[in-house]
Ligand binder design. Structure first.
Ligand SMILES: [Ca+2]
Ligand SMILES: [Ca+2]
Length: 460
């Protein structure tokens, strides 16, 4: 009734939020509708549609239903190509699938064989034959690490590389220029990018460098006969020109030398209270045993890295992997289990800045639970009642963390007015997270950047 008591007026039932999703008021009633991917179960409730029940969701191999949507995946041994078709992975292209001798690709899998050195052992990878010396003994390599590179190649504008620093790619073997296309340069050695005092491994089976646009490919299809040797600086006269044989690569693969050396190379760039280390679990996937060099504007090529607050025109080393590893300080080992399904962790290292750069560690959906178990998040929860769901961490050795367009100030409502804080200029830890803080008066929720100046080992 309206105020005259004579005319009926419509009540807007939607003001009481009776629907799960959308509510439309109608004359004398109302109607609920659902967002796409959901259907109305009764008059008010929206339930997820399991798209996979009809025609396998249109997926070729596996259909994975999720809340509000679904996605297509491939069986093990296959991967989705850009047209959404599952194609066989040629495992033999990376380190010969981890085989000691021969590797034959098959649909959905691969087979090792031992044509030159004996019979295949029970592990289906290694071969019987004379006991040979492992590469670590032959070259006296400590802690089963990769050898130091010998031959430097400096990349500048002529390669399409624009950086504050010279970017130096270094290899354990000499560099060649392709006869058919002199703009292409390659090496068959174990390759690294040099950054200040560290060498970050790129590939254990050589690299091809293409220029304009700059691109590094961790697989070399050219032979020594395809090219001519080019002058490159030998780093020191007693530097070994390693003769990397098939069996040596096999040793490196099965000792997880790539990840070990990679984590070691980050040491100088991380705050002194933090280290990344390999776990005692299974070795990392062979296909992950590489790093890429990409500009910030291309980071979306790695979906697992895309939320990192990096700078567009800076060059970064990117590592994506699905394996267990350890985040460690002097007192505590935090074991981070590999993310669920085929998701990957991402580590991004700045290799371009004159000042010591920042290292970002990003966790995918299936790895965030693991990340939130790191002690600092429990500390924040207990002491500040801050519930954080972190998706990324950034670290800087020098106290000057670099993120893209950081907010210069933070305003906090005190009840009477805004109090404005500036982030500490000496921050050495960035946390990207979904935050929730609840106290007696209000709940603050949302996507947040947190900057901390951490000097206390106990805290992390
Ligand atoms: Ca669904
Ligand atoms: Ca295959």
């Amino acid at each position: 009734m309206d105020s005259t008591g004579k005319t009926c007026i419509d009540i807007d039932e939607c003001l009481q939020n009776p629907c799960d999703h959308e509510c439309t008021n109608t004359f004398g009633s109302y109607k609920c509708t659902c967002n796409s991917g959901y259907k109305l179960a009764n008059l008010h409730t929206c339930n997820d549609i399991n798209e996979c029940l009809v025609n396998n969701g249109g997926c070729q191999q596996q259909c994975i239903n999720n809340e509000g949507s679904y996605k297509c995946e491939c069986y093990q041994g296959y991967e989705l190509n850009t047209s959404g078709v599952c194609v066989d992975i040629n495992e033999c292209l990376m380190y010969r699938g981890g085989c000691e001798d021969g590797c034959t690709n098959t649909p959905g899998s691969f087979i090792c064989d031992c044509t030159t050195t004996g019979y295949l052992r029970d592990d289906k990878r290694s071969c019987t034959g004379d006991e040979r010396e492992k590469v670590f003994d032959s070259y006296r390599l400590p802690r089963q690490m990769l050898p130091e590179p010998c031959y430097d190649l400096t990349l500048g504008a002529s390669f399409g590389v624009y950086c504050e620093l010279d970017v130096i790619i270094s290899s354990t073997s000499r560099w060649l220029r392709l006869g058919d296309d002199p703009s292409i340069i390659y090496t068959h050695g174990i390759s690294f990018v040099k950054i200040r005092n560290s060498v970050i491994p790129i590939s254990m089976q050589g690299v091809v460098i293409m220029n304009e646009p700059f691109k590094i490919i961790p697989i070399v299809q050219y032979t020594i006969e395809d090219g001519v040797f080019i002058q490159s600086t030998k780093t020191s006269s007693d530097c070994d020109d390693l003769n990397i044989t098939k069996s040596y690569i096999f040793d490196f693969v099965h000792a997880d030398s790539f990840l070990q050396t990679y984590f070691d190379s980050l040491t100088d760039q991380l705050p002194f209270w933090l280290r990344f280390a390999t776990s005692n679990g299974p070795i990392m996937s062979i296909r992950d045993m590489k790093t890429d060099l990409v500009y910030g504007y291309n980071i979306s090529l790695f979906p697992e890295c895309s939320e990192a607050p990096i700078t567009r025109n800076n060059l970064y080393s990117v590592m994506v992997f699905n394996t267990d590893f350890v985040v460690r300080n002097y007192f505590i080992n935090n074991l981070l289990k590999s993310p669920e399904r085929y998701e990957k962790y991402c580590i991004i290292a700045d290799i371009c800045s004159v000042s010591l750069g920042t290292i970002f560690f990003m966790a995918p959906e299936g790895g965030r639970e693991q990340l939130s178990k790191i002690k600092i998040f429990e500390t924040l929860k207990d002491s500040l009642k801050l519930q954080l769901k972190p998706y990324g961490l950034g670290f800087s050795n020098l106290n000057g963390i670099q993120v893209q367009n950081p907010e210069q100030t933070t305003a906090v409502w005190s009840g009477d007015g805004n109090i404005t804080y500036s982030p500490p200029t000496s921050a050495n830890l960035w946390i990207g997270c979904d935050m929730e803080k609840e106290d007696n008066f209000f709940i603050v929720k949302g996507n947040t950047d947190i900057f901390l100046d951490v000097q206390d080992l106990e805290m992390v």
